[in-house]
Design a protein. Structure first.
Length: 134
């Protein structure tokens, strides 16, 4: 079932919300695969997009952590590194071992959105808003 953006997911910063929405769109590409012959191609493409976009997104958040001296930056950055490592592992299994990781990747991304976005990212809302980022 595709992920649908809701206002409950908002972190109160338009630019970061937009990035989260793009991330959801990328993840939903996996869910939209109907043609089994396209599954491998779409999974590879989605893995590449997730890796590239998550790097860009994490850099955005981490730039603000440093700029605003965010007190929970260290633990948050560690979460980013863990996710990046897990994405690299999915890529390795898919591209090197030729494993079908699509269902597992979708579940991982959904869990990450529910845990990281809904819990960890919301912790910086007050800090970012106090520094004029809305």
């Amino acid at each position: 079932m595709p992920i649908t953006w809701t206002e409950e997911m908002s972190v109160g910063v338009r630019s970061i919300d937009a990035q989260h929405q793009t991330f959801i769109s990328i993840i939903n590409e996996l869910e939209m695969i109907v043609d089994p012959e396209k599954k491998e191609f779409v999974t590879g493409l989605t893995l590449n997009e997730i890796e590239t976009y998550s790097t860009y997104h994490f850099m955005t958040e981490e730039k603000y952590f440093a700029l605003f001296d965010y007190e929970l930056a260290k633990e948050h950055v560690e979460e980013h590194r863990k996710m990046t490592g897990q994405i690299k592992e999915f890529r390795r299994r898919f591209f090197e071992e030729r494993q079908d990781v699509s269902a597992e990747l979708m579940a991982f991304c959904q869990d990450w959105l529910n845990d990281h976005l809904m819990k960890q990212d919301k912790k910086y809302t007050k800090c970012f808003n106090e520094h004029g980022l809305r």
